[in-house]
Design a protein around this ligand. Structure first.
Ligand code: IPE
Ligand code: MG
Length: 256
């Protein structure tokens, strides 16, 4: 498999860095609110403001794909009032920002299952996708009612359906084809996944896509997340030595 390589060979001038796919687990809204003696709902609303800031800042930082985790398939188990507030967030976000996203060349996709979402919400998500479908300056994937395991199962089912319909045989399945069946099928894999708020786990986010992503954990709570924090995450990413299971040329020489 061809391996993307961001590092210029020694002695050569740095090439222009390829654009990045950054994925973010937007975490810490509840703790942010608690620290201020506010209800959790206000933490989630402040989280939407952080999302707006980051979507605005990202294109100026050589980021071309941004995937954010807004609501997981496991979040349904939260108290009903909190679930209701979380369900209202896409509307809140698109009402204030969809026109700008559309104008500024952002293609929006809401990835995850539509099952269990209200008809109104399904309509709002569909409208955001349709209105921005021709855009290609920047890609924003909003993972909502999303779970990495569920997405892998959905991809497997889609392939099984192709086989059942006679359009494919089991031998046709390889990693590239399977990746294309995931909800993120049209984006390259994330270069790095950021989780703010101090938690250090993926929580069922982009399980397949994370195979070679760098993981970056930051101590800031999501509602406080700023462009400077994103810049710091990129700087951290740039210190990582991505080897994709191979060895860097210098080490290979030393070993030989
Ligand atoms: C992130 O904030 C929002 C969602 C996961 C939906 P949390 O609500 O998880 O905030 P904490 O982790 O309780 O602080
Ligand atoms: Mg949390």
């Amino acid at each position: 498999m061809a391996v993307p390589d961001n590092t210029p060979p020694k002695g050569e001038p740095a090439r222009e860095a390829p654009p990045l796919h950054v994925a973010i687990v937007m975490d810490g809204n509840g703790r942010w609110a608690k620290r201020r003696g506010l209800p959790r709902t206000l933490g989630h609303r402040a989280g939407v403001e952080a999302l707006k800031r980051i979507v605005e800042a990202a294109p100026g930082m050589n980021i071309r794909w941004l995937t954010v985790f807004g609501f997981s398939t496991e979040n349904w188990s939260r108290p009903a009032a909190e679930v209701a507030e979380l369900m209202a967030l896409p509307k809140r976000y698109f009402e204030s920002d969809l026109a700008r996203l559309e104008r500024e060349g952002v293609r929006v996709r809401v990835i995850g299952s539509r099952e269990g979402l209200s008809r109104d919400l399904v309509k709002i998500c569909g409208e955001a996708e349709t209105r921005t479908a021709a855009n290609e300056r920047f890609y924003l994937n909003i993972a909502f009612n999303y779970g990495g395991k569920a997405d892998i199962v959905a991809a497997a089912r889609r392939f099984a359906e192709e086989v059942a319909a006679g359009r494919a045989t089991p031998a046709d399945l390889d990693e590239t084809r399977f990746a294309g069946l995931l909800a993120t099928g049209e984006s390259p894999p994330p270069d790095f996944i950021v989780r703010p708020s101090g938690e250090q786990r993926l929580s069922n986010f982009m399980l397949w896509e994370a195979a070679y992503a760098e993981l970056i954990f930051q101590d800031v709570l999501w509602p406080d997340y700023s462009a400077a924090d994103l810049k710091a995450a990129i700087a951290e990413f740039q210190t990582r030595n991505r080897r994709y299971g191979t060895v860097v040329p210098d080490d290979a020489l030393a070993a030989g």
